[in-house]
Design a protein. Structure first.
Lengths: 444, 327, 326
């Protein structure tokens, strides 16, 4: 009897998978464990191996289809077996209703959106909100209303505009942009923290002129990992009220610690201890005192995690993946160094198991290798916070009323304001700063 | 400045005018030796005599018609209608005669008269002696309608009403008669059609009339403690209405609560709300307009029920918060 | 030359003028009737054909400064108080040249300067106004008298009773003239009032009530004169009930089912104009020829009024909102 091929559910948050390719054609023989098709989840691209052996009898889905998990996408069986012409609905009743509901909602939302876009009539918004949206050229459909029944007020439109425009620029750059008709959204800032300066605007302006006269631009459709990252970032930025706190840390002591431990760990493991591991250790230590930051916000519930599993944002070709280092609180620096280095290497080779990319409870994004001071990291949902690590640079600082040169580093903590308020987040970051400035506390 | 009551301010305005202008006289029920049902004309008979403080039979239609006829022929009568509820009996003379004669006659003749009358509930006088029927007369072209809320305003507005060449319906609020305020001794004139911003604010505009002006101000004080900054506007005259001041305020705040004692249904608040909806300010409205008014029942006798019939401070506070989504 | 007893201020010349005036009143209303029938003027109108004496008689004894208030059936009162028939006709044609600039129409003709405080569309509505006018005269010591016209129907209105009582207690110079033309719109007086004479209602208020034959011009002048002098000398109001008849229906489109042809014939026989002419001829004031000449003059004047009215401009949009407030 023919066996179903399912879209696998590869992580707790995975709801759909995008079919990237089939490795077999209908009629081809398939071995157990042989890669059958490749999919992209919300986290990674992965090759799915066959659980069965036999002939690939049917493929219901094509490349680029987005398929809900547990959906039958094909059959494997004896060459002469009959299989349905169209994909059957999964047997599980529960799944069926789930899916039906899902479908219903999505179709309702789809209809609503369409209607909204057509005439703007079904958006609940005050006259003032409508006026501001007209004046600012903002689609009300894209604004979240804060009033009863989602009514959009003028402030909602303004905030949405500010959100969309959270582009830092000098006042002069703003004026020049207005004059030149350049949208600041399209300008790369070169000032501090990416602040857009007058010269950025002017060069963008000249580029604008150029582009209009140049060859057609290259258009690349978002797909694969890029698409996954794009969707995830958008969802996080849209649905989570982010607040970012920054603190500058004197890394003198950490530099000393690393200097002392580096040869020891290298000798023991063959890997070189990096600042990342020390920061992770300190973070795990401090998170133990600040449960709210080591939590998840799922369906209006805050779930406090027991262990500290640190996600490490790793840049790979065309995207960003976040392998997870479990139980950091129990790991010594040597063990941690090994774990990090191995995961990093696997990530860069795209060889991570799904399990190695799930379960993180707090994420660290380290841009210290670049000339970055601080930044506003985007939370990796359902986590409630993320720590951004900037470059360590020597800076003059005041110590005991005299100026000294110290290695300074900026930590940027973004947190989900729905789950955490400013004060506890600030307390966490302050304690983390203290721990890094006095790492002996880690021994306590 | 000297403090006197609202009631004394009404009397003073009339007395000062009558000393100057022989054409001005008062007619009404029990306004002579009794001094009027609320004592407004007390002492005036002694000063001006029965020719000019004319005590009438209980004949509201004849009192009103006589006022109109004397106004049409050169006098400047002030008629006191003992309770504003009794306008029902005088209505033909007010609506079909006073308001329309000049227009019907192609602009010939004028009817310079003031109909003064106490309105409002809160005295336990029940359904036929407690109404606020000002919306009825605002509907009639040819009439002007005034509703002062303070001792200062009542004197200046009554002076303006007596100076006006048109029939003016002048509503005095019973519960305000005893309220005090700074009132200049000399005569002064507050133009009809000029609203007063009783309190400046930026978050919500309350337009309130008569005694509701005071309740709105109390509500505004309470709201201020919660960080809500309310602007309170007293139109002072309903006809002509100072639309400009109200529009300007709503354009600033984006939110409007209208409060009056009169039954909400068909009340003048509807006119103010509609006026705003049709105005420039529409595009600045950031919440639905709220109206507070009397309950759709006759005014009850029982003091608790009577209180419940009309908007109270708490109702205004609540309404303001609702427009701010902070209720 | 005459044994006829007449008020002092009614001169021979005035008598002849009154005869012509009565024809003006009749021709005016007949012309209006014709125009309504032809659809030349719109709205509604109430004709006083047959009631010429009760309009002309009281006004005949008034001075220029005296005032009247009138009713919905008021064209005759206007003419009797000296109104310009050209402007009256223009008003019925809705012209800007009319008394009310075309804004009042048949029921609201007023000539405040000439002492006509206006016709009134509300039955009984003008009675308190007349009392107010009388109050002005009294307070300002102007010594003018206000004559207040109303019909039999108005005497069942509250305003009648309130106003008469007030005029009485304040002893005001006002003369109430009830033109009892026997019907309200359709209601016969005998069905609406229990007493035979409305004039007796004056007893309730403490001043004289007099019944007079409403088709007898001489008697009307004399009775009115007594009442007006009484008022002028500070003795207070009088109620005069002039028993008369409207020859036409209440207003246009009245089938007059409430009365009989015989009754109408009886009253037409008591034509007030004819009765007045007979007296004038009998007493040697005019000849038959002169009477005819006056009648033709009146007819001609009405024709001229029609021509004037038709020539007048219509009011414009800009007039809609003027005159609402002074």
């Amino acid at each position: 009897m023919a066996k179903e091929i399912f879209m696998p559910k590869l992580s707790s948050t995975m709801e759909v998978g995008t079919l990237l390719q089939w490795f077999k054609e209908e009629g081809e023989e398939v071995e157990v464990g042989e890669p059958l098709f490749e999919i992209m989840t919300d986290k990674i691209n992965i090759e799915v191996e066959s659980y069965e052996e036999g002939t690939l009898l049917k493929k219901y889905n094509e490349v680029d289809d987005e398929v809900p998990v547990n959906t039958i996408i094909g059959y494997i069986g004896e060459a002469d077996e009959n299989v349905p012409n169209s994909a059957p609905v999964p047997e599980s009743e529960e799944n069926e209703t789930d899916k039906q509901e899902e479908k219903d909602t999505s179709s309702v939302i789809g209809e609503k959106k369409e209607a909204d876009c057509e005439n703007g009539e079904k958006v609940r918004a005050t006259p003032a909100a409508r006026r501001v949206s007209r004046e600012q050229g903002i689609m009300l459909e894209e604004v979240e209303g804060s009033g009863p029944k989602g009514r959009i007020h003028a402030m909602d439109v303004i905030s949405s505009k500010e959100l969309a425009q959270s582009i830092r620029h000098t006042p002069l750059a703003g004026k020049v942009a207005d004059k030149e008709g350049v949208s600041l959204e399209n300008v790369q800032g070169t000032g501090s923290n990416g602040k857009i300066t007058k010269s950025d605007v002017l060069s963008a302006s000249s580029m604008q002129v150029e582009t209009t006269t140049q060859e057609p631009l290259e258009h690349v459709k978002l797909k694969g990992l890029r698409k996954a990252v794009a969707d995830k970032m958008l969802e996080s930025a849209r649905s989570i009220p982010h607040v970012t706190l920054t603190a500058e840390v004197d890394m003198s002591a950490v530099v000393e610690v690393r200097k002392s431990l580096l040869p020891i760990i290298e000798k023991q493991t063959g890997y070189r201890l990096s600042y990342t591991e020390i920061i992770m250790t300190a973070t795990a230590h401090v998170l133990g005192n600040h449960r709210k930051l080591n939590a998840a916000l799922i369906d209006n519930e805050i779930v406090y995690n027991k262990s500290v599993n640190l996600g490490l944002a790793v840049a790979v070709d065309n995207g960003l993946i976040v392998p997870s280092v479990p139980n950091v609180q129990d790991k010594g620096l040597a063990e941690l160094t090994v774990a990090c280095k191995e995961l990093g290497a696997k990530a860069r080779k795209n060889k991570l198991d799904p399990v190695e990319m799930s379960g993180s409870t707090f994420t660290i994004s380290n841009l210290g290798m670049y000339a970055i001071e601080g930044f506003t990291p985007i939370i990796n949902p359902p986590e409630t916070a993320i720590l951004g690590v900037g470059q360590m640079t020597d800076k003059p600082v005041v110590r005991d009323k005299s100026i000294e040169i110290r290695p300074m580093m900026v930590l940027s903590l973004s947190f989900d304001h729905r789950a955490i308020d400013g004060a506890p987040a600030a307390a966490f970051l302050t304690e983390l700063k203290e721990r890094l400035e006095n790492p002996f506390g880690l021994l306590v | 400045m000297r403090e006197i009551t609202y009631l004394e301010a009404v009397r003073e305005a009339m007395s000062q005018e009558m000393r100057k202008n022989e054409d001005v006289f008062i007619l009404g029920e029990d306004i002579g030796i009794y001094g009027g049902a609320f004592g407004v004309t007390r002492g005036m008979l002694e000063e001006f005599g029965p020719e000019r403080i004319r005590n009438t039979p209980i004949s509201e239609s004849a009192i009103a018609g006589t006022a109109v006829g004397s106004a049409l022929t050169g006098m400047r009568p002030i008629m006191e209608l003992q309770f504003s509820d009794f306008i029902t009996i005088a209505m033909d003379q007010i609506v079909n005669q006073a308001a329309k004669l000049r227009y019907m006659y192609g602009g010939k003749g004028k009817v310079p008269m003031v109909l003064r009358t106490p309105s409002g509930s809160g005295t336990g006088a029940a359904a036929q002696h407690s109404q606020s029927l000002e919306a009825w007369v605002t509907h009639i072209p040819g009439l002007k309608v005034v509703q002062p809320s303070t001792a200062y305003d009542v004197k200046g507005l009554l002076k303006a009403s007596m100076d006006d060449d048109n029939p003016v319906i002048f509503y005095e609020h019973k519960l305000l008669y005893k309220t005090k305020g700074d009132v200049p001794e000399e005569e002064y004139h507050i133009p009809l059609g000029q609203a007063d911003v009783k309190r400046e604010g930026k978050d919500v505009t309350i337009v309130a009339t008569a005694i509701m002006v005071h309740r709105a101000q109390e509500a505004a004080e309470e709201l201020e403690r919660e960080g809500i900054n309310v602007e309170v506007i007293d139109p002072r005259t309903l006809v002509p209405l100072d639309t400009e001041t109200i529009i300007k305020s709503v354009t600033k705040t984006g939110r409007l609560v209208v409060v009056h004692e009169a039954v909400k249904r068909g009340g003048y608040g509807g006119e103010i709300a509609s006026m705003i909806a049709e105005s420039e300010a529409f595009d600045y409205l950031d919440a639905p307009i709220k109206r507070l008014g009397g309950a759709p029942s006759p005014v009850p006798y029982n003091p608790e029920l009577e209180r419940m019939h009309v908007p109270q401070k708490e109702d205004i506070v609540q309404a303001v918060k609702e427009t701010l989504n902070r209720a | 030359m005459t044994k006829l007893s007449l008020p002092e201020n009614v001169t021979n010349e005035k008598l002849i003028g009154l005869y012509k005036q009565m024809w003006l009143i009749r021709f005016f209303d007949e012309k209006v009737d014709e125009f309504f029938a032809k659809g030349l003027i719109h709205g509604t109108t109430h004709l006083a054909v047959g009631q010429e004496a009760s309009a002309s008689g009281p006004c005949a004894v008034l001075r220029d400064e005296d005032k009247i208030t009138s009713t919905h059936r008021g064209h005759g009162h206007c003419i009797a108080k000296g109104a310009d028939i050209n402007r009256m006709m223009a008003e019925l044609f809705g012209r800007a040249t009319g008394y009310c600039k075309g804004k009042g129409g048949s029921m609201h003709i007023a000539d405040v300067e000439k002492g006509n405080l206006g016709a009134n569309g509300i039955v009984g509505g003008g009675i308190p106004l007349a009392v107010g006018s009388a109050l002005t005269s009294s307070m300002k010591k102007l010594n003018y008298v206000t004559v207040c016209y109303f019909g039999d129907g108005a005497t069942n209105e509250g305003s009648f009773h309130e106003a008469l009582n007030l005029a009485a207690v304040w002893n005001l110079p006002v003369v109430f003239i009830c033109e009892n033309n026997q019907y309200g719109m359709s209601g016969a007086v005998k069905d609406m009032v229990k007493i035979p004479d409305i004039a007796t209602r004056a007893d309730s208020y403490g001043f004289p009530g007099v019944v007079v034959d409403g088709t007898d011009m001489i008697e009307l002048m004399n009775v009115s004169n007594v009442a007006v002098e009484r008022a002028r000398s500070g003795q207070g109001p009088t109620l005069i009930e002039a028993k008369t008849y409207r020859w036409k229906g209440h207003s246009k489109s009245d089938a007059k089912k409430y009365r009989t042809r015989e009754e109408e014939k009886e009253w037409r026989a008591k034509d007030s104009i004819k009765r007045f002419k007979d007296v004038l001829i009998d007493e040697g004031f005019i000849t038959e020829e002169k009477a005819e000449e006056l009648k033709q003059e009146a007819k001609k004047e009405i024709e001229n009024a029609v021509a004037f009215a038709k020539e007048g401009p219509m009011p414009g949009k800009e007039d809609l909102l003027t005159d609402v407030y002074a």
